[in-house]
Write a protein that binds this ligand. Structure first.
Ligand SMILES: Nc1ncnc2c1ncn2[C@@H]1O[C@H](COP(=O)(O)OP(=O)(O)OP(=O)(O)O)[C@@H](O)[C@H]1O
Ligand SMILES: [Mg+2]
Length: 250
């Protein structure tokens, strides 16, 4: 049974194969099946590897966090896990804006403004990037969205508001596990009803997570910067979230 009360719709065809996930249409035009892959990429796909169990670890973490966000009052695309690495989701038209929230300085913002990694911001910052791999997701502002037709003003206001709400809920959760939420990227989409939903994923692929005491990186930077074994790192993170390893009997 789906959470909408109906039967699980049938998988139809693969409509998108991305770097980390596959998207399938289903017999319900308003639903997709999202399959999390083991592949990891960095630097716009220039660096690639297969990471053991990454698909099921990310799927498990994303399902758990999407449900947490729904409980915090942020509507999401997630409906149910169909297997260890597949989710049934509401099908949305993705808003072509990557919404980034930062609590601590790291990554592209340091490069852009010549800042040192690790400085804590007095309050969270929301940034927009135009979602286009070929253009390397350039930074953008409201005027571009408005004049180029990417999103309406009310939608931009909602993205900011929802992203900060997600940040507060995620910070609460990660802090409780001794993990600092440095930054993360969200995608939103328009459902057939017109409602904006939090979509895509909430995973250590799209977040920076540091051990609060040791500052050890527990996210995809381990792969980007060759800091260790990403599969081991993600397994550690999974155990912190669920209190047991990904292979533990349920
Ligand atoms: N509920 C949804 N309905 C429709 N599309 C979705 C939904 N959730 C996520 N997507 C889209 O599905 C794709 C997931 O694949 P993946 O994350 O591997 O893409 P990617 O390689 O990161 O490329 P992209 O630049 O498009 O994000 C993304 O394009 C994402 O925007
Ligand atoms: Mg993606």
């Amino acid at each position: 049974m789906g959470t909408n009360g109906g039967a699980v719709p049938e998988r139809q065809k693969l409509v998108y194969e991305g770097k980390a996930k596959q998207v399938y249409t289903t017999s319900d035009p308003d639903r997709v099946i999202v399959r999390f892959k083991d592949s990891a990429t960095a630097f716009d796909g220039a660096k690639k590897a297969e990471i053991t169990d990454k698909g099921r670890i990310n799927a498990g973490i994303s399902a758990f966090l999407m449900e947490k966000m729904a409980a915090a009052g942020i509507p999401t695309h997630f409906e149910q896990a169909l297997s260890e690495n597949e989710h049934l989701c509401k099908r949305v038209q993705i808003v072509p804006i990557e919404v980034v929230v930062r609590n601590v300085l790291a990554g592209s913002i340091c490069k852009r403004f010549g800042l040192e990694e690790g400085g804590t911001l007095p309050y969270p910052m929301v940034e927009f990037f135009y979602k286009d791999d070929a253009l390397h997701d350039p930074p953008m502002s409201d005027i571009h969205a408005r004049l180029f037709g990417w999103a309406e003003d009310w939608e931009l206001a909602y993205l900011r508001h929802a992203a900060l709400k997600v940040n507060a809920a995620l910070q609460d959760f990660w802090n409780g596990l001794g993990v600092t939420l440095v930054d993360f990227k969200l995608e939103f989409g328009r459902f057939s009803s017109g409602q904006l939903l939090l979509a895509d994923e909430i995973t250590p692929d799209g977040s920076r997570l540091w051990d609060s005491k040791t500052k050890q990186k527990l996210d995809k930077d381990v792969f980007r910067r060759d800091l260790g074994d990403l599969s081991d790192t993600y397994r550690q993170l999974y155990s912190r979230v669920f209190g047991h390893g990904v292979d533990a009997p349920q």
